[in-house]
Design a binder for this molecule. Structure first.
Ligand code: ARG
Length: 587
């Protein structure tokens, strides 16, 4: 309640001729045993008033009551000034939430930000790590947009390199012309299968060479398969028609598969970047850095940057044979992104195993004198684990994103049916509902945690309708909708004479939403929005259990409670929307 803080600053100035900071005013919720809703701690002001805490509180209270129409009464307990806010203030706030279509959406702030997220490789399907990435990235774009930014959602696809050639080669050798159409398999899974086959066959060859007396190191280099893959990469770089053809076909399969997974996850992109388009630009930047002396060449022709003065080490930016490394491509992509959009900020949503890479990348771009380098930010996040034994993927190592989504839908179905909540739903409605609940559970569980923290995902816990979960909040929303559907809202034409603490608490929470969005945008942390949505749902349920809505004492109170319910549903829905989570109308 900023207006109380501001008025308190003025009070101290007027009464005691002292300038204080808004930060010096400590506001708290009034303790339940006292009358009032907000409390100012007045102990610190006795230094200026040179009076007892009681007297100081009374003087400031008197001042606030005279100055602010919103203050109806106050009482002083030692160094605590408890303030009662008038009912009209609460009603105004509530009406404000109801009236504005875009409640909590900030005006455009004139700033442009690019958020790159997902950024998969085209040799295998999306996995659990991508799931956290996609959900986090998408949610951050929604939060930044709500905070007033113009946002570009970008995806950088790693579509070239030796790993891509491995799946291509294995398909060529062992694929018998299989296609997604001929097998009915999703394109990204089909390609991923051949990536695994490559590895298996390659290992066999290594073992054979070792049996024939070669060292492990030599065997890895000499195995015919790896040599062929390397040749294929050279042909690709030389633009060989056949190789390029195969590359396009197989990448096309993968994109088809990714598109399906993205759609199911509810994420989207405005702009795709492809490493095959940017790695050459990276080589241009290497030239630029050599010319300006930021990079240096070693005797073997490889190009490096020396970051020892920055506490890092020497870093390779171009191999001796002239081929690019990961960071070469990223230098090119960064330049291209900026040339395309001239954005103020550019965020990279990438796991924390790449912290060092981005530290080096940003430092290099600063040293190259790129004016935009200061706007680069690595939104680093921790790993996701599953309880052991849960959902081994077909290769037994990583958990596949599509499998996880299917598992979530199945869990949602099980739990919902057990509660008998969908008995009157059609099959189609049920399927949609299980998808919404399953994804809501997954998204909420992953997003409520600070991105930096490593987390353990527990599918069953995430669907618990009574827990700190997405489905609990979704269910609260559906419950409100069901109440609203059974009544006619005509609006509040007068003020209810008395408001209960649960009602004021709920209105107070509703008014805090815009501020929560700003905090979440500044910290790039959807967790703040997630926890807010939970508080709101919890407080609504408390209100719902304490007060009857449809059987309220009189029509005025009934209308007020209906409005309060409508506003709560609206804000819950909006908050969940910022997390990419849908809320059902009924469940
Ligand atoms: N494709 C990379 C990987 O799977 C992630 C790319 C992240 N973005 C970037 N600009 N480097 O590890």
């Amino acid at each position: 309640m900023n207006f109380i803080t501001d008025a308190a600053v003025k009070a101290v100035k007027t009464l005691y001729q002292t300038d204080i900071n808004p930060f010096d005013v400590s506001l708290q919720e009034t303790r339940k045993e006292f009358e009032g809703q907000v409390t100012i701690v007045t102990f610190p002001f006795t230094r200026f008033s040179k009076k007892s805490p009681e007297q100081t509180g009374a003087e400031i209270g008197e001042y606030l009551k005279n100055e602010l129409s919103e203050v109806s009464t106050f009482n002083v307990i030692k160094g605590f000034l408890n303030i009662s806010i008038s009912n009209s203030y609460w009603i105004d706030q509530l009406n404000n939430v109801i009236a504005s279509n875009d409640f909590a959406v900030s005006k455009p702030n004139g700033k442009k930000v690019m958020v790159e997220y997902s950024s998969p490789n085209t040799n295998k399907p999306l996995h659990l790590g991508h799931v956290r990435n996609n959900l986090l990235g998408y949610s951050v774009t929604q939060i930044l947009e709500a905070a007033g930014y113009e946002v570009i959602k970008a995806n950088l696809v790693n579509d070239r390199g030796i790993h891509i050639c491995k799946s291509m080669l294995a398909w060529q050798k062992f694929g018998n012309g299989e296609t997604p159409e001929s097998t009915g398999e999703k394109g990204d899974h089909l390609v991923g299968k051949y990536y695994v086959i490559f590895d298996k066959e390659y290992k066999k060859q290594i073992d054979e060479l070792k049996l024939a007396g070669q060292s492990e190191e030599d065997a890895k280099k000499n195995a015919p398969l790896i040599k062929e893959a390397q040749e294929m990469l050279l042909k690709w770089e030389a633009g060989d028609d056949k190789v390029i053809d195969l590359w396009q076909t197989m990448n096309g399969w993968v994109y088809g598969g990714f598109a399906e997974t993205y759609e199911k996850m509810g994420v989207a992109f405005d702009q795709y970047y492809y490493e095959s388009n940017t790695y050459l630009l990276g080589k241009d930047i290497v030239e630029e850095g050599l010319a300006s002396g930021v990079f240096f060449k070693k005797d073997d022709g490889s190009v490096w940057i020396d970051l020892t003065n920055e506490g890092l080490d020497q870093k390779l930016v171009l191999r001796a044979d002239g081929t690019s490394v990961y960071i070469t491509q990223d230098m090119g992509t960064a330049q291209l992104k900026y040339d395309d959009y001239h954005m103020d900020e550019s965020i990279y949503v990438v796991g924390n195993e790449q912290d060092y890479h981005f530290k080096v990348l940003f430092l290099i771009l600063q040293k190259l004198g790129k004016s935009w380098a200061k706007g680069l930010y690595h939104l680093s996040y921790g790993m996701v684990d599953l309880p052991s034994g849960k959902m081994k993927s077909r290769e037994g190592t990583v958990v596949d994103a599509d499998d996880l989504i299917a598992e979530m839908e199945a869990t949602a179905k099980e739990q919902t049916e057990a509660l008998g909540k969908t008995n009157d739903f059609s099959e189609e409605e049920k399927e949609e509902l299980y998808h919404i609940i399953g994804m809501g559970a997954l998204k909420y569980f992953l997003l409520k945690v600070d991105p930096k923290k490593r987390l353990l995902f527990d599918p069953n816990e995430s669907v618990d309708f009574q827990g700190h979960t997405g489905p609990f909040i979704q269910y609260t929303h559906a419950r409100i909708k069901s109440v609203l559907n059974r009544a006619t809202i005509t609006g509040i034409d007068a003020e209810p004479s008395d408001l209960a603490s649960e009602e004021r608490d709920l209105i107070l929470l509703l008014t805090q939403f815009p501020d929560i969005i700003k905090q979440a945008a500044t910290a790039y942390n959807p967790g703040l929005v997630a926890n807010y949505a939970y508080e709101l749902a919890k407080n609504y349920n408390k209100f719902y259990h304490e007060h009857s809505i449809l059987q309220a004492e009189d029509e005025l109170i009934k209308q007020f409670r209906l409005q309060l319910s409508a506003a709560s549903a609206k804000v819950i829905s909006r908050a969940m929307g910022l997390l990419g989570i849908l809320v059902p109308e009924r469940m």
